[in-house]
Design a protein around this ligand. Structure first.
Ligand SMILES: C[S@@+](CC[C@H](N)C(=O)[O-])C[C@H]1O[C@@H](n2cnc3c(N)ncnc32)[C@H](O)[C@@H]1O
Length: 276
């Protein structure tokens, strides 16, 4: 779904981010082969709650995290770890500084699907790309270290669209592990949803449209635990944090979703943490 949103974003005249691989991921999976990958394939355009408003949200999120990751890499954090990387093609899309390594952690079957599509396109990464098969509910630090991660090198960590799928304990463990593996100068950019199940938002058009249009019940995929306050956790560990709403960046870029009543995006935060 995120890949389809990125494909649509790529072909908007005012695209916030471009990902030439995204439409190929969508076409390659039987479940999504018929989903839209162009703005003209969405009959009601921006009024469509799924491919319009939520799609634009994913486009904005992609752009904001692209900017954060590149800023951090160019400031010296030459190791990047993408947690729950899924079909994130940043290793192939972005202009990484020389000597940058990009580790992509996800489950083995997701990485195998991704490899099949990218190999078929003869895609060439623009950094030293290292896929790492691991379950983030387990002790994943060993797999990352065995793949060549160096804990004394400043690192940019990314968790985009991930934490709301993890149990409370796994998120707490993830933050503690990021902290333990982060040399000074590291940075962590992630998305949090402060409250997943606000009753009014549960019945919002975006969840209904997602069920009706593509048969995906997002609320059933989200983890049901109360969310930990990971930004506060990072601060007690000595990190500085900047906590933003997505709407801050809509205003900055002049496009993207704006608040609406009973908005399921209202509890979303994009958090940028730095270890001095
Ligand atoms: C919504 S996708 C987002 C993917 C990617 N960050 C992006 O923005 O394109 C969530 C990703 O988290 C991964 N994920 C969820 N739970 C996981 C777990 N326990 N261990 C490893 N990966 C997990 C999924 O396989 C999926 O690729």
């Amino acid at each position: 779904m995120v890949a389809a949103a990125r494909a649509i974003e790529t072909h908007r005249v005012d695209a916030l981010a471009r990902d030439a691989h995204a439409e190929h991921f969508v076409r390659a999976a039987r479940a999504s082969a018929g989903w839209p990958t162009r703005p003209r394939q969405v009959p009601d355009g921006d009024a469509n709650p799924l491919w319009g408003r939520l799609g634009r949200y994913f486009g904005l999120r992609t752009r904001v995290i692209d900017d954060f990751a590149l800023r951090s890499a160019h400031a010296g954090a030459r190791q990047v770890v993408i947690l729950g990387a899924g079909l994130d093609a940043r290793a192939f899309r972005l202009d990484w500084p020389p000597g940058c390594a990009v580790f992509e952690i996800d489950r083995a079957e997701v990485l195998a699907f991704k490899r099949g599509v990218l190999d078929g396109r003869r895609a060439t990464p623009r950094a030293a790309r290292v896929p790492v098969a691991a379950d983030l509910r387990d002790d994943w630090a060993g797999a990352l270290t065995a793949a060549g991660f160096e804990r004394d090198v400043p690192t940019t960590w990314l968790a985009e669209g991930l934490l709301l799928y993890l149990p409370h304990a796994a998120e707490r463990h993830l933050v503690a592990t990021v902290d333990r593996l982060s040399a000074p100068g590291s940075a962590f950019g992630y998305e949090a949803k402060l409250d997943i199940g606000a009753p009014m938002a549960r019945d919002s058009p975006v969840y209904r449209a997602t069920r009706r249009q593509i048969g995906v019940d997002l609320l059933a995929l989200f983890d049901g635990d109360p969310r930990p306050d990971s930004a506060a956790d990072l601060r007690t560990r000595g990190w500085s944090t900047a906590v933003h709403t997505p709407f801050d960046f809509t205003r900055h870029h002049g496009r993207g979703p704006l608040p609406e009543p009973n908005d399921p995006l209202a509890p979303n935060r994009w958090i940028f943490a730095r270890r001095p």
